[in-house]
Design a protein around this ligand. Structure first.
Ligand code: ZN
Length: 346
């Protein structure tokens, strides 16, 4: 089937699970009640995607507070009690971040609970997201390794352990989120991709990397305004990603200033094309979605296009996120109707 659909990863959390419309939203329930609320929210996230016609579903990241810290919480060797201020994403944000103070090891499985809950309740293909090693080391302070690259490979080893276990849980696609990849282009080529491949080593399920210009929060939209009329960061790194073992590349295409011709630098990769803008509350029409798919088709063979959201929808309003999911499903179907004739002169 042409243009299967998926989402970047996260969906907004129900208001009974966490405070709505914000990142880092504190949990509302506690203890056992929190555990069952996370599970219920996971099942709800699956249902909403299935109803909307999403083919490759996720657990909506309902069981983690943040896409990086959800992983770090289960890593030993990190001191969360003494956070320090650090400029992250090349100083775009100042954040209070935990410190690595000892050799890193996994305390236990990180995402077994929600991955297994999701697997038990959907027959669709299941995608699971993990933060990439470069993005992790850009989000914690190093007081132990004394070397960013060494620390990245230590995290890559832990990510690999969890990724292999997720695969054993029945996950079909593992996606590493690397928003740091369009910030540190030089380092992506010298060690970022290598660390990512270490994280994905030995997996037989599908592997993907999501690179992006971030959630639709103010710090990101302000930063994007400084990037000029065309965002050509990917020109620098796509040739290196094309050489990597990672099979799919997810990038934003809807309302993005990334020139879509850069996608031609990813021969052989499946492109998860973002056709839903998460930085705008304006809900796309199915025609908008089909038109974005058509634009991507100029540079990516149609059988290598997956339709997705530009980024996670965690901080969005639930009703808007739901409407956007429906537009994604309906738009991909429309594109299938339009473009399923391989002889057509598109
Ligand atoms: Zn993203």
């Amino acid at each position: 089937m042409l243009f299967p659909t998926t989402i970047a990863g996260s969906l907004p959390k129900p208001e009974w699970l966490a405070e709505p419309n914000r990142l880092w939203a504190p949990w509302k329930p506690a203890g056992d009640e929190l555990v069952s609320a996370k599970r219920d929210a996971t099942l709800l996230a699956l249902k909403l995607q299935e109803t909307a016609g999403i083919d490759i579903v996720t657990e909506g990241e309902q069981a983690r507070q943040h896409f990086v810290h959800g992983f770090l919480e289960n890593v030993a060797g990190i001191d969360f009690a003494h956070k320090v201020e650090m400029g992250i994403r090349a100083d775009r944000y100042k954040a209070m971040v935990p410190q690595v103070v000892a050799p890193l090891t996994l305390k236990d499985r990180v995402h077994a609970f929600e991955a297994r809950a999701a697997r038990a309740h959907t027959t669709h293909q299941l995608k699971f997201t993990l933060p990439g090693p470069m993005t992790i080391v850009d989000t914690v302070a190093d007081s132990h390794y004394g070397d960013r690259v060494k620390m990245a490979f230590a995290f890559a080893e832990l990510l690999n352990q969890e990724a292999r276990a997720l695969e054993a849980d029945g996950v079909d696609v593992i996606q590493f989120d690397e928003p740091a990849f369009n910030v540190y282009m030089g380092e992506v080529k010298t060690w970022g991709i290598e660390a990512l491949q270490r994280a994905a080593e030995g997996l037989s399920c599908t592997t993907a990397v999501h690179i992006c210009y971030g959630y639709g929060i103010k710090a990101n939209t302000d930063w994007k305004a400084t990037l000029g009329g065309e965002w050509r960061q990917y020109e620098d790194i796509f040739p290196a990603i094309a050489q990597s073992t990672i099979q799919q590349v997810a990038i934003e295409c809807r309302n993005s200033r990334v020139p879509l011709d850069l996608l031609a630098l990813l021969p052989g990769k499946t492109v998860q094309a973002g056709v839903i803008d998460v930085a705008s509350d304006i809900v796309e029409t199915p025609e908008d979605v089909a038109d974005t798919i058509a634009a991507v088709m100029k540079f990516v063979p149609r059988d290598r296009i997956i339709a997705t959201t530009n980024c996670g929808m965690a901080p969005m309003r639930r009703d808007i996120a739901e409407a956007k999911l429906k537009a994604l499903g309906a738009g991909a179907k429309l594109a299938r109707d339009r473009f399923d004739d391989p002889e057509a002169p598109w």
